[in-house]
Design a protein around this ligand. Structure first.
Ligand code: KIV
Ligand code: ZN
Length: 552
């Protein structure tokens, strides 16, 4: 008789890059960027995608609804052949829950995720309710949500600082009211791994009906312990991990998806657990999230940092040459690095280009978008012998997933050198279709271009971050620039329609070119267009609100 091999349990990966991740200061994404990230999360094999917080704004609602509609049904390339569950977040009240349900219901698999704080600090100072009222609100909210949909997640916010016995009471009531997943958040990243592991074990052991639900963990990284806490929670019995790509999120961020997945994969003897993630998609997803959010990845970041697989010391290099096992616990190919193959060159035709885009997963581009990307590809192929997948991804990000074009770059010219004052002349096409030109001096060529653009567009802002990276190796590499800007203090041109107060938000932009000055100019304009689109959008909302008030 053959020996029975135990099938490892599966840890479900709940990705909240588009909700908790987008709450990182400055990580604002437009709807097209959110859709593209959601498509990539589906290819990556994420089980549940928390697409946003629908009640937060009409824009958030729309983005969640479109993700539910357009990405919700996708199954191609997914290991388990099932589409992602699309989740929407809601506070524990009927209005939020109804709005979340309206946004996600079109997805074949959808979930309402509702939450209410349970720690005494939050009950007393934030919610101003007592424990009894808290339990009552949870029962009402979960029952209401369950009447709308079968897949309900409940989170006791700040569980890490809540009384475990009170949690047992609240969670038991949530199960009775119909919750199917119970998520335990360490909202402020306060706990340590042994403590958090013990908490999960305690809750699973003592909550009535614990075996009827999936237990989940959601950790924040304030003490740098998010991944360790998540793994401790999994060891204690949690079978869902809430994570974000690159660990982006509020303050110090959330647990990084790539760290949890690669820990479970690389140390499988230690966990005997599996995930549905296609690890070869990790590098690509991480890069896309970093580009679109403008959140740069530190070079020494585990799994996805630029140095994560680099070996500098002579002894290490020597060991690696003899046998990679000496200093390498994972192969870069496992996370999708170093797999770029030369597939296209300057003689490749449009058809081959389109076929290759499909193979890369860009199957939703229309003819105009393919033509625009193909034109850019040809220009790069003229300058570079080898065009890799990474180059193509940079072109697509630069060409297609940009904010609505308000101002357009026509051309730029710079003059600089060690004995001259950097000077730039810029020609742009305005929102009215008219061509504008101006010139400016700067501390360097990029600064000169930015000054000239500012003179034309006429909005003031502060540059808070600027990075430029080569997509591939070599002097002919495509450069990708990422930039973050903020409206200048006192400029007060972006107003919140509810409070009529200025909003000082950060806007990110990205651009790619074989010329670093052009890449930087494109990134700057992308951020500027995002900022202007937001201003116009909020102004229109204000006008609508005033109109409604006048009619009432
Ligand atoms: O950190 C937190 O508590 C959250 C909840 C909404 C799950 O993000
Ligand atoms: Zn959170």
């Amino acid at each position: 008789m053959s020996e029975q091999v135990a099938i490892p349990d599966t840890v479900l990966i709940f990705d909240t890059t588009l909700r908790d991740g987008e709450q990182s200061p400055g990580a604002t994404l437009n709807v097209e960027e959110k859709l593209e990230i959601a498509r990539q999360l589906s290819r990556l094999g994420v089980d549940i995608c928390e697409a946003g917080f629908p009640i937060a704004s009409p824009g958030d609602f729309d983005a969640v609804r479109r993700i539910a509609e357009e990405v919700g049904p996708l199954v191609e390339g997914r290991k388990n052949g099932q589409p992602m569950v699309i989740a929407g977040l809601a506070r524990a009240n009927q209005e939020d829950i109804s709005r979340a349900y309206e946004a996600v219901k079109v997805a074949p698999r959808h979930r309402i995720h509702t939450f209410l704080a349970t720690s005494d600090i939050h009950l007393k100072h934030k919610l101003r309710i007592d424990r009894e009222e808290c339990v009552d609100q949870v029962i009402k909210a979960v029952s209401y949500a369950r009447a709308l949909c079968d897949d309900i997640e409940f989170s006791p916010e700040d569980a890490g600082r809540s009384d475990p016995d009170f949690l047992v009471q609240v969670l038991g009531e949530a199960i009775k009211a119909g919750a199917t997943t119970l998520n335990i958040p360490d909202t402020v990243g306060y706990t340590t791994p042994d403590e958090f592991g013990r908490l999960i074990e305690y809750l699973i052991k003592h909550t009535p009906g614990a075996d009827q639900v999936v237990w989940s963990v959601h950790c924040h990284n304030d003490l740098g312990l998010a991944t360790a806490n998540t793994l401790a929670g999994i060891k204690a019995g949690a079978r869902q991990a809430e994570v974000t790509l690159n660990g982006i999120g509020e303050r110090a961020g959330n647990t990084a998806l790539e760290e949890v997945v690669m820990a479970l994969t690389t140390r499988s003897q230690n966990f005997n657990l599996q995930t549905n993630i296609d690890t070869s998609q990790i590098a690509r997803t991480s890069h896309m999230v970093s580009t679109y959010t403008g959140m740069i990845i530190q070079p020494n970041k585990a799994i996805v940092g630029a140095n994560a697989f680099a070996h500098e010391a002579g002894i290490h290099q020597d060991g690696m040459l003899k046998n990679h096992l000496t200093y390498e616990i994972m192969r870069p190919e496992t996370v999708g690095l170093n797999t770029s193959k030369l597939v296209l060159g300057k003689h490749s035709g449009r058809h081959a280009f389109r076929v290759h885009l499909r193979e890369m997963g860009y199957d939703n581009m229309d003819d105009a978008e393919v033509s625009a990307a193909f034109k850019r590809f040809k220009r790069i192929a003229d300058k570079k012998k080898v065009v890799t997948d990474a180059d193509i991804e940079a072109i697509i990000a630069d060409e297609i997933y940009q904010p609505p074009v308000i101002w357009q770059l026509d051309h730029i010219q710079v003059s600089c050198g060690d004995h001259s004052i950097p000077t730039a002349s810029v020609v742009m096409i305005g929102p009215d279709g008219v061509t504008y030109q101006d010139a400016a001096l700067g501390s360097g060529p990029v600064d000169a271009v930015y000054q000239a653009i500012n003179r034309i567009v006429g909005v003031t802002n502060r540059l808070t971050e600027f990075t430029i990276n080569a997509v591939t190796e070599g002097l002919d590499a495509v450069a990708e620039a990422t930039i973050r800007i903020q409206p200048v203090e006192g400029a007060e041109f972006i107003m919140n329609p509810q409070t009529n107060q200025p909003i000082y938000k950060t806007f990110s932009g990205h651009g790619a070119s074989t010329d670093i000055v052009v890449a930087s100019a494109r990134a700057y304009l992308s951020a500027l267009n995002k900022m202007l689109a937001e201003r116009d959008n909020l102004a229109a909302q204000m006008q609508r609100a005033e109109h409604t008030k006048a009619q009432a």
